[in-house]
Design a binder for this molecule. Structure first.
Ligand SMILES: Nc1ncnc2c1ncn2[C@@H]1O[C@H](COP(=O)(O)OP(=O)(O)O)[C@@H](O)[C@H]1O
Ligand SMILES: N[C@@H](CC(=O)OP(=O)(O)O)C(=O)O
Length: 558
């Protein structure tokens, strides 16, 4: 049987025009950002010229699809095959780096791009060192405990891995100089803060790349801000700009073709478009770095390696009986992250969703665990509740119209006040003359709200409404199949009634995957444990009375 070429490609074509001579059945859908033409059959000599990043050429031989290294027409070549992101917990020590190196090497058929976070708690320590430098005086900088900790950790790791200290010594010197500068200025701007924390990722990636090279696995280190990660100038919480995708694809793909090597890229970092200074993508931003690379190169899979067996049914710090969730949709994962599950960066699902690239959340401490697979769609026919998420320390506002404005005018005015003040709102419930909503003063991916700003919001709103400011509230988000909302709500309210908890606000939103309940901070954790018990640990149809301790509380797990 004559061999037939099947070409699979995900083509990023914002700035490139593919010149395809396709058989008539293949239509190029211009409205889609990425296109997967897997399955289109080409005659053997189909002329295909694509000036984009990654292609995979399948040749059908004896009914089997075989991937060829490179195509014969149009210079089609394949570079990297997957992106693997390892978080701080996965690379916290020399021992952990050895394990991660072993993991990377255990997929010899893959050509990965590895995205790393800073080692362990380095980012927190750098932030603390910066804060201390502001007030400790130049002569005391060298005595800052966190600086010594960071130096010890990184030098010890380098020594234990048997790589040359020189790969990070310059960074350690520059870090101390920067802290001296902060001490001298007695000021730590957001821009300087981003530069300060960037040392964490810059050092972890250099150490890891040097270690792989020492093992004989060719690796090349990259600082994300040098290879096309272009962001807004919103220091500490920058957004990735579209120009990033073609730039990153060009650089990584081009380098591979010129000189193949595993790429080791700093997570979390970018370069501000206007000022050209180093930016960060918000805490936990390395997940976003990984999904951005995945989309840029049109990779078949994005792996995010953590210290848990995947996305769990709730935060294991609240309830250790949390179980891994095997499958999630991008929408569910995004909602979960946005509403406070620390496991994924809130923006990280966006590139994966746009590129339609599956994200696998795995445990670097337990690689055999299946983890969580996040895709565009999944079978929801049996799905009810997927995960419970808690967001603490939320501020709630009850705003009741004084009827100076009509219904439309009232809601429009309320939201224009928030827009003018640049404050984002999470959960909203409205009626004709009132609106209840939540603000998050501790948002890490947005600017911090301080009391003064809250007072200002209330002052503005009081011009048209009676306002009640309620602090120390929590949002409990029930992520799941909102088609089953009656069932979920019935069960949830039975649990909360048993606990004697009053729900102060409820919102289903437009997301179709999330029902949010607002309760007092002081009751929230107990609610999560009880809800978890009811939804995930009892027969679904029956809410067992008697799972509490008799005093209404669920047994705290050890
Ligand atoms: N629903 C959840 N599923 C999994 N982990 C969660 C969840 N909610 C909170 N977490 C916490 O998130 C942590 C993993 O996220 P993170 O610390 O950012 O990992 P890494 O640093 O490895 O990227 C877990 O150790 C766990 O404590
Ligand atoms: N080091 C950064 C970025 C990051 O993504 O870290 P992690 O993968 O450990 O959550 C932070 O602590 O925020």
């Amino acid at each position: 049987m004559a061999a037939t070429n099947l070409l699979q490609f995900r083509c990023y074509y914002n700035n490139v025009k593919p010149n395809l001579l396709l058989p008539p059945l293949a239509t190029w859908q211009q409205q889609q950002r990425t296109t997967n033409l897997f399955g289109y059959e080409f005659p053997k000599k189909a002329a295909v010229k694509v000036t984009c990043n990654v292609l995979e050429k399948h040749v059908i031989e004896n009914g089997r699809s075989v991937v060829e290294e490179e195509g014969d027409e149009g210079g089609i070549k394949r570079s990297y095959t997957c992106v693997m992101k390892f978080g701080g917990s996965s690379v916290a020590s020399a021992e952990r780096m050895m394990e991660v190196a072993g993991l990377v090497m255990s997929f010899p058929e893959e050509r990965p791009i590895v995205v790393l976070s800073a080692m362990g708690k380095t980012t927190n320590k750098l932030l603390l060192a910066g804060e201390k430098a502001v007030s400790c005086g130049v002569t005391n900088v060298c005595g800052i405990e966190e600086l010594s900790f960071i130096k010890d950790l990184h030098l010890r790791t380098v020594d234990q891995l048997g790589v040359d200290r020189s790969i990070i010594e310059k960074h350690l010197e520059a870090l101390e100089q920067l802290l001296n500068g902060i001490a001298m200025m007695k000021e730590l701007t957001k821009r300087t803060q981003d530069y300060l924390v960037s040392f964490g990722e810059c050092m972890s990636t250099r150490i890891f790349a040097a270690y792989l090279n020492k093992l004989g696995v060719k690796a090349r280190q990259y600082d994300a801000f040098e290879i096309g990660f272009i962001t807004t100038d919103d220091f500490t919480n920058a957004d990735i700009l579209e120009a990033t995708y073609p730039a990153v694809a060009k650089r990584l793909h081009g380098d591979w073709l010129a000189d193949p090597a595993i790429a080791i890229v700093t997570g979390f970092l970018g370069k501000a478009r206007k000022s050209c200074a180093v930016t960060t993508l918000g805490r936990g931003g390395s997940d976003l770095t990984a999904t951005t690379i995945g989309k840029a190169l049109g990779l078949p899979e994005i792996q995010v390696w953590k210290d848990v067996d995947g996305v769990l049914t709730c935060d294991p710090n609240i309830y250790p009986k949390a179980e891994p969730v095997p499958f999630l949709t991008f929408d569910e994962a995004a909602e979960l992250a946005y509403f406070g599950a620390q496991v994924l960066h809130p923006q990280s699902m966006r590139p994966a969703r746009e590129g339609d690239i599956p994200v696998r959340v795995k445990n670097s401490y337990n690689p055999n665990a299946p983890g969580t697979l996040i895709t565009k769609e999944r079978d929801m026919s049996k799905a009810v509740l997927t995960s419970i998420v808690l967001k603490r320390n939320v501020t709630m506002l009850d705003i009741v119209s004084t009827r100076m404005l009509g219904q439309y005018g009232f809601l429009a005015k309320v939201f224009s006040i928030f827009e003018d003040l640049g404050i984002s709102v999470d959960v909203v419930a409205t009626s004709e003359v009132s609106v209840s909503l939540t603000l998050d003063p501790s948002k890490l991916w947005s600017r911090e709200l301080i009391q003064q700003e809250l007072d200002h919001v209330v002052e503005e709103l009081e011009k048209i409404a009676v306002v009640n400011l309620l602090q120390n509230r929590s949002i409990i988000s029930l992520i799941g199949n909102v088609q089953q909302s009656s069932l979920i709500l019935e069960k949830a309210f039975r649990v909360l009634r048993t606990l004697g908890v009053t729900v102060q606000m409820i919102s289903q939103g437009a997301s179709k995957v999330n029902i949010s309940l607002v309760v007092n901070d002081s009751e929230a954790e107990e609610c999560v444990r009880a809800l978890h018990h009811a939804f995930f640990e009892t027969e679904f149809s029956e809410l067992q009375i008697g799972y509490t301790n008799g005093n209404g509380s669920v047994p705290k797990s050890s």
